[in-house]
Design a protein around this ligand. Structure first.
Ligand SMILES: [Zn+2]
Length: 462
C-alpha cells in the first residue's frame, strides 16, 4: 500500500515534470514568448510618428536627425547601450512652406544634384506663387518678376521652361507633374533654385493668392543608431552577435510609412520585447540612416567593424517595407545574396512553426537594401520585404508621396514581425539545459530533441 502510494506519487511528479518539459521543449513555445508580445498598435503609432509628425526623412536632413533622436530615446528607455554613429553624407534639400492662405508644409524634390543644386540661404525666398502655365515664352505674367513661377510639366523641355522663367524674372521655379507621382528634373547649370512636385501638391499652390517660402539647404551628416545588449550571464556568452536592422530615412516627397517607418517600428518593437529575454549572444539593433541614397549608413557601419567583429556577427536580419497594404504584394520575400543562409533557413523554420509558410519566400536572390552591406562585409544577411509573387513587384506607392499610413496593412505588419522575431530568437536564445541541441551552424538551433526523464514512458496516457 505504502509503496504503491509512493509509486503513484513518483509517477505524478514524473508526469508533471514531463508535461513541463514538453511545454518548454517545443520550439513553438519559444516563438510564443516573442510573438505573443508583439503589439501592432504600438508599431502603428511609431509609423504614424515617423511618417506624419516628422514626415519625409531625407538623408542628412534635420528630419532624419529628429527620427534618429527619437529612435535613440526609445532604445535608451528600454535599457540598451545606445550609440549614435555619425558619418559624412553631403546632400541638398528643398523645403516649401505655404504661408498664405494657410500654413502648410508642401513636399518637393530639389532640382539639380546633391552637390550643385542652388541654395537659398537660411531665410529662404518668400514670394507669391504665379501660375505660368506650361512655361512657354508667352505664358509668364509680369507679376512673376521677383516671385515664384509654378509651371506644369508636359509641353516644354525642363531646360526651356526654366530658362523662360529666369528670363521673366522669377526667383525660384516649381515644376508640377501631370500625375500623383514624384519625378526629378535636371536643367543643367542652374542659377535660381528649382524643385519638382506632384499634381496634388501643385494644385494646392495654384489660385493666385498663395505665398510660400522656398528654402534649400546644405546638409552634411547622417547617422546610424546602434543599441546593444550583451547576455546577462557572462559565462553563458557564446561570443557571437546577431544584428537586427532597418533604415529610417526616406526619399524626397515620400513620408516613408511603409518604406521604412514599418521596418523601423518593427525594429523598436522587437527591441522592446528582446530587452528582457534570456540570450546567449550579443544582440544589436541597428537603425540605418542614408539607405535610400545607396546603403551609405549600413556600409559605413560595416566599414567600422574590425575583422574580429565581423567574424563574431553571424547574422543580419534586415526589415525594409514590412507592412504594405498593396493588394498584389502578398508574399514576404527574404532577399539574400548568398543563397540559403542562416537568416533564410531560420525564417523558413519560424514561418513553418507559426503557420505562415504560405506567406514566405526564402531565399530569393536580391540585394538593394542594408543586408547587402553585411554581405559585402562577409556577413550572412537577409532582407524581409513584401513583394508580388512571381514578379517581385513592389507596392504602387513605393518612393511616392502616397507612402502613407492608409497604405499600411496591420495583418502583414504582424506576420513579418512575428517571423523575424521568432527566427531571430531561435538563434540568440540560450541553450536550455533540459534539451539536447543539434547545432549545424553557429547559432542554428532548429532541431530540438526533448530530454525524456527515465520512467516517463510508463506514465499512462491521459
Ligand atoms: Zn527602403
Amino acid at each position: 500500500m505504502k509503496s504503491r502510494k509512493l509509486m503513484s506519487t513518483v509517477l505524478a511528479v514524473v508526469l508533471v515534470t514531463a508535461l513541463a518539459v514538453a511545454a518548454i521543449a517545443s520550439p513553438a513555445a519559444f516563438d510564443q514568448k516573442i510573438v505573443s508580445q508583439i503589439s501592432v498598435p504600438r508599431m502603428m503609432e511609431d509609423v504614424r510618428y515617423l511618417s506624419e509628425d516628422i514626415g519625409v526623412r531625407i538623408a542628412s536632413s534635420p528630419e532624419e536627425e529628429m527620427a534618429s533622436d527619437y529612435i535613440a530615446d526609445v532604445f535608451q528607455k528600454y535599457g540598451y547601450d545606445v550609440e549614435i554613429q555619425e558619418f559624412p553624407y553631403a546632400n541638398r534639400i528643398a523645403y516649401v512652406t505655404m504661408l498664405e492662405p494657410e500654413m502648410k508644409k508642401i513636399d518637393v524634390r530639389i532640382g539639380g544634384s546633391r552637390t550643385n543644386a542652388p541654395l537659398t540661404g537660411p531665410e529662404g525666398i518668400t514670394g507669391k506663387v504665379v501660375d505660368c502655365g506650361f512655361g512657354g515664352p508667352e505664358e509668364f505674367p509680369a507679376e512673376v518678376e521677383g516671385n515664384i513661377a509654378l509651371i506644369r510639366r508636359g509641353q516644354q523641355t525642363f531646360v526651356n521652361m526654366y530658362n523662360n522663367a529666369r528670363a521673366a524674372g522669377a526667383v525660384a521655379v516649381l515644376i508640377q507633374n501631370y500625375s500623383w507621382t514624384a519625378f526629378s528634373a535636371n536643367v543643367g547649370t542652374a542659377t535660381i533654385p528649382y524643385a519638382t512636385l506632384n499634381d496634388e501638391a501643385g494644385e494646392l499652390l495654384r489660385g493666385g493668392n498663395v505665398v510660400i517660402n522656398y528654402k534649400s539647404i546644405q546638409a552634411d551628416t547622417s547617422r546610424n543608431v546602434i543599441a546593444t545588449r550583451k547576455p546577462d550571464n557572462k559565462n553563458k556568452d557564446t561570443g557571437y552577435v546577431v544584428v537586427l536592422s532597418a533604415h529610417y530615412d526616406s526619399v524626397p516627397t515620400a513620408p516613408g510609412a511603409n518604406d521604412n517607418g514599418s521596418g523601423t517600428a518593427a525594429l523598436l518593437e522587437l527591441a522592446r520585447i528582446l530587452k528582457s529575454q534570456p540570450i546567449d549572444m550579443e544582440i544589436r539593433f541597428l537603425a540605418c540612416g542614408a539607405e535610400e541614397v545607396g546603403l551609405v549608413g549600413s556600409r559605413y557601419y560595416v566599414s567600422q567593424l574590425s575583422a574580429q567583429e565581423r567574424e563574431r556577427i553571424i547574422a543580419n536580419y534586415n526589415m525594409d517595407m514590412v507592412a504594405t497594404a498593396g493588394e498584389a504584394q502578398s508574399l514576404l520575400y527574404v532577399n539574400t545574396l548568398d543563397g540559403d543562409n542562416l537568416v533564410a533557413r531560420t525564417a523558413r523554420a519560424a514561418a513553418e512553426r507559426l503557420g505562415y509558410s504560405d506567406y514566405l519566400l526564402a531565399p530569393y536572390h536580391r540585394g538593394s537594401s542594408d543586408h547587402q552591406a553585411f554581405y559585402e562585409g562577409g556577413i550572412e544577411g537577409g532582407n524581409f520585404i513584401w513583394r508580388e509573387p512571381g514578379t517581385a513587384a513592389l507596392e504602387p506607392w513605393y518612393h511616392q508621396p502616397h507612402d502613407t499610413m492608409e497604405h499600411i496593412s496591420q495583418e502583414r505588419f504582424k506576420i513579418a514581425a512575428d517571423i523575424v522575431g521568432a527566427a531571430c530568437y531561435s538563434v540568440i536564445r540560450p541553450d536550455t539545459p533540459s534539451l539536447i541541441h543539434s547545432r549545424t551552424g553557429y547559432g542554428e538551433t532548429i532541431e530540438l530533441i526533448e530530454f525524456v526523464p527515465e520512467g516517463v514512458e510508463e506514465v499512462p496516457e491521459i
